[in-house]
Each structure stands twice: as C-alpha cells, then as structure tokens.
Design a protein around this ligand. Structure first.
Ligand SMILES: [Zn+2]
Length: 206
C-alpha cells in the first residue's frame, strides 16, 4: 500500500498595514501563501504547488483576498487630505506678490486647525519657499474621491478665508480659488457663491 497525503502549509510572503474590513480600521496584516505539501510514506515532498495567497489581519485573524492589502488605509487618506489642504492654502497665500506676517500667522493657524500636523509660522515660511504649485491639481483631485460635496466646499471656504486676511480678495486669489474648486470637482461657476457665503458668515460672526 502506498501511503500518500497532502496538507496545506501557510508561508509568510510579506506584511504591512491595511484597512481591515472586519475591524473597520487600519491594522497590521501578514500576506501568506498556502502551499500544498505532500508526503509519501511520511517523507515530506517538495511543495506540490500554490493554493493561492491571502491576507490575514494580525488583530482579528480574519483572512481576506490578497487584493485587500491594497485597500487604502485611513492613515494614507488622512495624510493625503493634509497635503491637499496645505497645498491649496499655500497656493492662495502665494497668489499675490506680498506675503505679510498676518497671512503667515493666519495660514499656519488654519493649517494647524484643519490638518493633523501642528504648523507654526516658521514651518509655513519654509514650506512656501519650496512650494510647487504644479502638484496642486493632482493632490486635490486625488483626495476629492474621498470627500462629500460639503467636504469639498469646506476646503474652498478655507481658501476664501485665507484670501480675506489681507482685507479683500484679489483677482489672482479668485483665480487660485477657482483652480482649487475645479481640481476638487466643483464647477468654477459656484465659486462666487461660495465666496459670498463665506464673507457673510464671517461678518455675521463678528
Ligand atoms: Zn481585523
């Protein structure tokens, strides 16, 4: 009698962080590959082939299709949102030729308030020196898929608030605000209305 058998053996193929659909939050995962291991008369044979790869959540131990490792994490979305807001506000600050102390103070306050990173005037000044506006459009359009319509309008409003710090909105600032809106998927025809609403809200407050 020939005794032949096989069983699955899981080999580690990688690890990282992913958004676990079961835990509903960011978790570390292990990427594993199940190999079919055979034996003949209890002598192990080389792997008989792959039974496929899967992702295992290290927290809940639930397993998912290997594509789950590519699901964007909350941390990654939050980081992209931070960059997008900072980029949009920086573009507004740099729209007109003068960048005064008021703008820097208000800008760093807005960025600290609406992103996860504390930014002071020196940080902002440094960032503005190396600012590259060419990345603004892609940064904003990439994050727009994760934002509600109200979320998009909120970002445009921040830009309006930023541009109002020096008293009035210059034409160059309106152009930048329109670019921000369009990159987020808001038609530029809506921008005058958003500007108007923001001005009214600020004047009602104080
Ligand atoms: Zn999990």
């Amino acid at each position: 009698m020939i005794i032949f058998g096989s069983r699955g053996l899981d080999l580690k193929r990688g690890e990282g962080n992913f958004f676990c659909p079961n835990c509903q939050t960011d978790r570390p995962y292990t990427l594993k590959e199940r190999k079919r291991m055979g034996h003949l008369y209890w002598i192990p044979l080389l792997p008989l082939g792959s039974l496929g790869k899967f992702v295992e959540c290290k927290a809940c131990r639930e397993i998912f299709h290997e594509d789950a490792q590519h699901t964007e994490t909350n941390a990654s979305i939050s980081n992209k949102l931070d960059v997008a807001i900072k980029t949009a506000l920086s573009a507004v600050i740099l729209s007109d030729s003068v960048t005064d102390k008021n703008e820097l103070e208000f800008g760093s306050k807005l960025i600290s308030e609406f992103t996860s990173k504390e930014t002071n005037v020196e940080d902002l000044q440094n960032d503005l020196e190396y600012f590259d506006k060419s990345e603004m459009h892609s940064s904003l359009s990439e994050i727009s898929q994760h934002l509600t319509e109200q979320g998009k309008v909120n970002i445009v409003e921040k830009c309006v608030m930023m541009s109002l710090v020096d008293g009035d909105i210059a034409d160059e600032e309106i152009d930048t605000i329109k670019e921000v809106a369009v990159a987020l998927g808001i038609p530029d025809g809506y921008v005058p209305g958003i500007i108007q609403n923001t001005i009214e809200r600020i004047s009602n407050k104080g």
